[in-house]
Write a protein that binds this ligand. Structure first.
Ligand code: UDP
Ligand code: MG
Length: 321
């Protein structure tokens, strides 16, 4: 590295309908970034096909501040794709991912950078210790989700850990090497490993706008997460099959013995119905689970891009990836 050249910190901000929050976010964050003396910064706004004036706000900011880059998607691809695009187009030696709604306190960047730049850590990640502000039902399902995924998947996921984290370049490259179409970042972060410094913080409410997550959206995301990092549901199908086979065999023996002792008075229609219905249900359930994996494999095999950028001020942008 040339003498006096400072290292670069990239701040990636996925934005979907954040016209109100964006200026506030920029103001707060730049205040913190300017206090970091030993790094230069760039802010990467990724407009995930917003329907409001988010892109105009980004363009204004980029005119005022040369360190601001924006990338605007051709449609809404989802936060995962927005983060992926940000990571692909970040040049920083350190990269931090943050939400635009100030739920991720910018002041924490300083501590994160310290841990990674001067400490022995490769990643500094934030972890919410309270879910105050969050809906009770969502909280319950979130807790259950973490219990399930941690018991059946190969990765350890921390309850409360979000996408707010600062990473060294080598970690970013490792994450980019995982190019799966169905992305579940919490799992990907944990899968790549590296020494992580955890910082706890209290939940903060959004400064403006509303969350774009619906309950169904979260549920689908959770199922994706389980399927992406675990084959346990498939194993469950096999186990169910084995249990059924053994019980059928035992039942068969029982029928044969009963026939030998008592003869064959034609009865047992209800039993037969129950067995048929239960078996039919289980077979369909297992087919469904297998179908889900086959479907994902089909989508992955198409190798479609994760995002398409329609507008940007970065001439080296990787517009489709
Ligand atoms: N976001 C995005 N694309 C989407 C939905 C959300 O880029 O399709 C961004 C959003 O602008 C915000 C971050 O992802 O910066 C987190 O979203 P949100 O605040 O709605 O989620 P929550 O904090 O409620 O989990
Ligand atoms: Mg939020």
């Amino acid at each position: 590295m040339a003498k006096n050249k400072k290292e670069l910190l990239s701040v990636i901000v996925p934005c979907y309908n954040e016209e109100e929050a964006l200026p506030l976010f920029y103001e707060e964050t730049v205040k913190v970034l300017n206090t970091l003396e030993d790094v230069d910064y760039e802010i990467i706004f990724v407009d995930d096909g917003s329907k409001d004036k988010t892109i105009d706000k980004m363009m204004n900011l980029s005119r005022e501040d040369k360190n601001v880059k924006y990338f605007s998607f051709s449609r809404n691809f989802g936060k995962e794709s927005a983060m992926y695009a940000g990571l692909y187009n970040a040049d920083g030696d350190y990269v931090v991912i943050m939400d635009a709604d100030l739920q991720h306190p910018p002041v924490m960047i300083a501590e994160m950078l310290n841990a990674v730049k001067y400490g022995e850590y490769d990643v500094a990640a934030a972890r919410r210790v309270t879910r105050d502000g969050d809906n009770k039902i969502t909280t319950f399902f979130a807790r259950t989700f973490y219990k399930i995924i941690n018991s059946i998947s190969e990765v350890e996921m921390m309850d409360g850990a979000g996408d707010f984290r600062l990473m060294r370049r080598n970690v970013v490259d490792a994450i980019l090497s995982m190019s799966e179409y169905y992305r579940f970042s919490k799992g990907i972060f944990s899968w790549v490993g590296y020494k992580t410094y955890w910082i706890e913080y209290e939940n903060v409410d959004r400064v403006a706008g509303t969350t774009s997550w619906s309950f169904m959206g979260l549920l689908k995301y959770a199922i994706d997460g389980i399927m992406n990092f675990s084959l346990a549901p498939l194993n469950m199908c096999t186990i169910m099959g084995v249990i059924l086979m053994i019980s059928s065999f035992v039942y068969l023996l029982f029928i044969v013995v009963k026939y030998a002792i008592y003869g064959d008075p034609v009865a047992g229609w209800p039993t037969l119905m129950c067995v048929i219905l239960i078996l039919g249900g289980i077979v369909l359930l297992n087919l469904g689970i297998i179908g889900q994996y086959v479907g994902k494999t089909y989508m992955e095999s198409k190798g479609r891009p994760h995002y398409i950028i329609s507008k940007t001020n970065d001439k080296d942008a990787k517009k489709v990836k």
